[in-house]
Write a protein that binds this ligand. Structure first.
Ligand code: MN
Ligand code: MN
Length: 457
């Protein structure tokens, strides 16, 4: 019996076969990530993959039976995958895995388009917690939808194909940036200056003195390509995200940098684990949540009643008491945590941080200022999940998000546990979280997959 606890480095323990599995899973993850930059993109990708796995559309008025595989796409942004098991749901409950698929980015304002000094711009309103200076001077792609008058929905994606143009938010040259450099970092870039350059070719009309001739030319281009006018932007959801694909990092390719690891690095493993658990006797639900980065509000966030409605519909299908089903259910809230970064060691508590390469990170609680606003998983449930992981050879570690009183964070765990469901955060340690390009370890995303699979078994 091992008396002392020591963290395990996945790469140190992995043999050739295991390394192969880790690297091959990472290739699949990168493909998913490139096709799921926004919650809408993730919903489209999840629907396609679910259909390929034999899932069919879910209805709240249907009576489910054992073996059924269903998907529910809530308003194109929030996904539920449901696989009904053979166990009695009244006693066994359901096993839920939930990750979010929205990530910090620059949304467009309702009246975003303007021209100034010969260039045309789109004004943005940032979404989620960003360090504003990081979003200047990088190639940006535009993703989203525009509703035309009469209900036609137009999809927009510009900047991802290597032949596409990209968009660009400027920053000050250092020669003139003395005053800016002396400001606190959070104030160095004003949110109202996060405006993306989108064009500069003037429209040569009959009236050479016409004002805003670049803006007119851009509107003409948009009208030709999408059939839209300026007012249609008021009924759109368009956002700028970093352009380009996920890339391996390091001579040994042990890591991946990409936009939106938080939280697609958990969404993908939970979905794959569900697909790879076809023979599980349990009823499984895999959720892709929206709006986590801005408080989980609204119809597609995890504060929405729809989570309970889905569980209750399953309960009713078997004539089970929905309260009993919920109380016997279990949930992995799959979200990222801060990986220990030696360059910034002072904000971490090194004995309780999660480390890259050391496996899935279990956070009993998150929150801030003395565990405020968090789900704090009971010892009994921690004990249960530890047994599940250890029985199945899952490499895992604990992870607190930073030192006490430095800051903190939250996840959707509390909204699920508020339904009476035992819930714990299990995720992947991330370096540079919420930056345009974040960093994770291939070993950790694979460990989370094995953790989710053990949970489904
Ligand atoms: Mn997250
Ligand atoms: Mn986040």
């Amino acid at each position: 019996m091992e008396l002392k606890y020591t963290r395990t480095n996945v790469y140190k323990k992995a043999d050739g076969k295991e390394l192969e599995r880790i690297y091959s899973f990472a290739e699949d993850y990168k493909k998913f990530l490139d096709s799921a930059k926004t919650e809408r993109d993730a919903a489209v990708t999840a629907e396609r993959m679910a259909k390929e796995m034999g899932y069919t559309p879910f209805s709240f008025s249907e009576k489910l039976s054992s073996g059924d595989k269903r998907y529910l796409i809530n308003r194109n942004k929030n996904v539920f995958l449901i696989k009904v098991g053979s166990e009695d749901v009244a006693k066994d409950g359901v096993r839920i895995m939930v990750a979010h698929v929205d990530s910090p980015r620059l949304d467009l304002k309702p009246n975003p388009l303007y021209e100034d000094s010969g260039l045309c711009y789109l004004k943005t309103h940032y979404y989620g917690g960003i360090k504003k200076y990081q979003w200047t001077t990088i190639p940006l792609a535009l993703h989203g939808v525009v509703m035309l008058r009469g209900g036609e929905r137009v999809e927009v994606c510009v900047g991802e194909d290597e032949n596409d143009p990209v968009f660009y938010v400027t920053d000050l040259l250092p020669h003139l940036g003395g005053e800016q450099a002396a400001k606190p970092m959070a104030k160095a870039i004003d949110a109202e200056s996060l405006n993306a350059v989108v064009g500069g070719l003037p429209e040569i009309g009959e009236d050479e003195e016409e004002k805003e001739c670049v803006k007119s030319a851009i509107l003409n281009l948009l009208n030709k390509k999408y059939g839209m006018t300026e007012v249609d932007l008021q009924c759109s959801e368009l956002c700028f995200v970093p352009a380009g694909k996920a890339r391996d990092v390091g001579f040994d390719r042990t890591l991946i940098t990409a936009y939106g690891h938080d939280d697609k690095v958990c969404a993908y493993p939970e979905m794959r684990a569900m697909f790879d658990s076809a023979d599980s006797p349990h009823t499984l639900i895999s959720i892709f949540a929206d709006k986590e980065e801005i408080g989980s509000e609204g119809t597609t966030g995890m504060k929405s009643r729809i989570v309970q409605d889905v569980i209750d519909t399953i309960a009713q299908s078997f004539g089970a008491n929905p309260i009993e089903v919920r109380l016997n259910s279990k949930c992995i809230s799959a979200d990222v945590t801060a990986g220990y970064d030696p360059a910034y060691s002072s904000v971490y508590e090194k004995r309780n941080s999660a480390y890259v390469h050391c496996g899935a990170a279990v956070s009993k609680y998150t929150g801030s200022r003395g565990k405020s606003m968090t789900n704090d998983a009971p010892a009994e449930f921690m004990g249960w999940i530890r047994d599940v992981f250890e029985d199945n050879g899952v490499i895992w570690q604990t992870g607190e998000l930073g030192a006490i009183d430095v800051g903190g964070g939250g996840t959707v765990a509390k909204y699920i546990s508020n339904l009476g469901i035992d819930t714990v955060d299990v995720g992947v340690p991330v370096l540079s979280m919420h930056a345009p390009y974040e960093l994770i370890s291939k070993a950790d995303v694979y460990s989370l997959y094995t953790a989710c699979k053990a949970f489904c078994k």
